[in-house]
Structures are given as C-alpha cells and as structure tokens.
Design a protein around this ligand. Sequence first.
Ligand code: LP5
Ligand code: MN
Length: 242
Amino acid sequence: MTTLFISDLHLSPSTPATTDCFVRFMRQEAVHAEALYVLGDLFEFWIGDDDRSEFAEQIRTEFKTLTDSGVACFFTQGNRDFLVGKRFSRQTGVTLLGDETVIDLYGRKALVLHGDTLCTQDVKYLEYRKKVHQPWLQWLFNRIPMRYKKKIVSKIQSDIKTDKKTKSLDIMDVTQSEVEIVMQVYNVDLMIHGHTHRPNVHTFKTDQTVCTRIVLGDWYTQGSVLIFDKNDFELQQRPFSG
Ligand code: LP5
Ligand code: MN
C-alpha cells in the first residue's frame, strides 16, 4: 500500500489542464492508495466553504468519491486556502489537520505542514498571515455575501501583486535554522511540506541525527506527487497530457 502527498495545485477554473491532471490522479491513482495528504494550496484561492460554484462542487465531488471508496484523506491549509473549514470537511469526508501535524508513516514519525511558516525571513508575509488567521476576522469574513467577499479578495490581491515581485528568492525559501528548531520541537527526523514550489529532498545532520526534508512540487506545468510505502519514497511527476 502507498501513502500519497500533494500540494500547491492552485486549482482554478482558469487552469483546466491542472484540473484534468488532478481528476485523473484522483480517479486512477489516489483511489488505490491507503491515504492521501493534501498539504495546502489545493486551490488558487478558496473564498469560503459557502462557494457553490460548479468548479467548487466538482472538486468537492472528487474528494467525496475518494473518501467514500475508503481512502483516508487529510488536508492542511495553505496560504491560499486557509478558509477551507469544517463544512468542506463534512461535505467531502476529508479530515482537516492543524498547521503542523505529526503522522505515522509506516513506523516512522513525520511532520507535515504547508511550509509558509518556515519562511521566517518573509516578515511582511508572516504579519499578513497573522492578520488573516485571526478567528474573529475569519468569522466575520465567512458571513459576508459571496459577491462582496470576491471584491475584497481581488482588491487585496491587486494591492499586493507587486509586493511579492520585490522579494528575493532567498527570502521566500525556508529558513534552515527554523526547520531544525521545528523538527527538534516535534522530535522528528522527517519533514514534508510544500509552498516554496522547489521540489527536492534535503538531508542534513543535527547533532548526531540525519534529518530529511522533502519539498513537494507545484502543479503549474505537470502533476507532482510524493509516493511513500513501507520501504521507500519517491517524488514523481505526472504529465498534463495524460
Ligand atoms: O502564494 P504565493 O507564492 O503567490 O505568495 C505567498 C504569499 N502571498 C499570499 C497572498 C495570497 O495569495 C492572496 C491574498 C488574498 C487576500 C485575501 C484576504 C481575504 C481576507 C480574509 C480575512 C479572513 O499568501 C506571499 C509570500 C509568498 O507566498 C512566499 O513564497 O511572499 O506574501 C505576500 O506577498 C504578502 C505581502 O508581502 C504582504 C501583504 C500585506 C497585505 C495587507 C493586507 C491586509 C489584509 C487584512 C485583512 C482584511
Ligand atoms: Mn503556499
């Protein structure tokens, strides 16, 4: 049996090739797995669980079909879908995880997270994150009619568009010292995350322990999947052309 990890699909009605690849992945591959972990940024932006668009419905249905078939499915919020909530979970059968979760991977402890919180040099982003994660603000936002929420989000998106372009690539990568601290706090030697769109397997030593940090890839030009079984793991790509 296998456990699959994906993140950073950025699903949106305007990128149908990604959606097609995702649908194929769910129906032909994930369905044969033991578990699927989605580590954030599944959506380009999730405006709230009250999204009744055909697109939102299509994605919910894919997850519901998967969990109904017996595949355990877990979701960690990303910086673009931090408003995925309990209703989404109820409707799809997907279990929502906290920001940082230790899981048992065939006898090995692994810390799974989106990865944005590891980028401690990106101070402006972390300040913004703190604001939009305030429970009272989310409570309020979730009660605003959909058409106004859309306006607010596009206004903020256009306001901050140039901000990211001014940041160095270094600032937007994880801070190694933070990675080591977090892994020590959770007492793990394996970490899996997305967010940076820099798929790779990093190994490093802390004290006498060899640690592994696996970074998942985005789905901009191909699918990207981490496959784990009891013996090994592999980061693989899936072509869009299917
Ligand atoms: O995802 P990616 O890689 O493109 O960029 C991220 C960070 N950007 C974001 C922004 C979101 O994608 C879009 C935000 C829409 C806003 C919706 C808010 C709705 C309100 C909900 C209230 C409950 O996550 C980017 C990182 C990058 O990752 C690192 O790889 O750098 O961060 C930014 O660009 C953020 C800016 O640096 C700071 C922006 C300050 C904006 C202040 C707005 C305050 C809003 C207050 C709430 C109403
Ligand atoms: Mn992200």
